[in-house]
Design a protein around this ligand. Structure first.
Ligand SMILES: [Zn+2]
Length: 233
């Protein structure tokens, strides 16, 4: 079962170990950490010492065999023993960032369901066998993910969330070719999109050749300096 889970999570970090798996009802809690080995400072090559651990809880949105997976990842904090150097870092796990990208699809499926204005958060929660709170959580968690670089064809789609007044509609930015989610904005307000896109360097924004969006979003075209808009009916 441990190997199954490692494969399932697509974990390639070689020194990653599963220390325990707890099952409670339909929730499977998987504890992961790096196997303990000597660490040397990348700056001065002195030995590093462990300053303790902290735990990170990740709700894996995909169900495995009907179980909801919760990953508890232990990360060690390291500090260089050389007092002149004092460098410190935390254990890094490739799979965490990778997992965020490769499992893009489930949050998207959930958000996609909400495009239907007649579907409520509760309906979606029931369908995916998760709580209302989890649906909100998936959405909010998704907001923390670092965005992907802007693609040549950017599709901007809105989803109806109705979490609260500020989060009634979210904007999903997608790469039209690969269907990767580039980012999700918490709402579709002009001040949000303005601040967001203007914070992306102009060079990168210029890489966007086509923007696919609803017509009310013409303001987005301005943010990209795209003056020629074509209406598809
Ligand atoms: Zn050092």
């Amino acid at each position: 079962m441990i190997n199954d889970i490692m494969n399932f999570l697509n974990i390639e970090d070689k020194d990653m170990i599963i220390t325990k798996i707890l099952t409670d009802g339909n929730i499977k809690e998987v504890h992961l950490e790096k196997s303990l080995k000597a660490e040397y400072c990348p700056a001065c090559s002195s030995r590093m010492y462990s300053k303790g651990k902290y735990f990170r809880k990740i709700n894996h949105p995909i169900l495995q065999d009907g179980y909801q997976l919760i990953l508890i990842v232990t990360q060690r904090k390291w500090r260089c023993t050389n007092p002149q150097c004092n460098l410190y870092f935390n254990d890094q796990f490739n799979f965490i960032s990778k997992y965020k990208q490769s499992s893009n699809i489930t949050p998207y499926m959930i958000l996609n369901e909400m495009k239907n204005i007649h579907v409520t958060t509760a309906d979606v929660a029931r369908k995916y066998n998760i709580s209302d709170t989890s649906v909100h959580y998936i959405f909010l968690q998704f907001l923390d993910i670092r965005r992907l670089p802007l693609p040549e064809i950017l599709s901007v789609d809105e989803v109806f969330l109705d979490i609260d007044y500020k989060h009634r509609y979210a904007l999903i930015l997608m790469d039209f070719n690969t269907l990767d989610i580039v980012d999700i904005l918490p709402n579709r307000w002009e001040e949000t999109t303005n601040a967001y896109f203007l914070s992306i360097p102009l060079d990168e924004r210029k890489k966007v050749k086509f923007l696919i969006c609803d017509m009310y979003n013409l303001v987005l075209c301005q943010e990209f300096g795209l003056t020629k808009c074509k209406k598809f009916s």
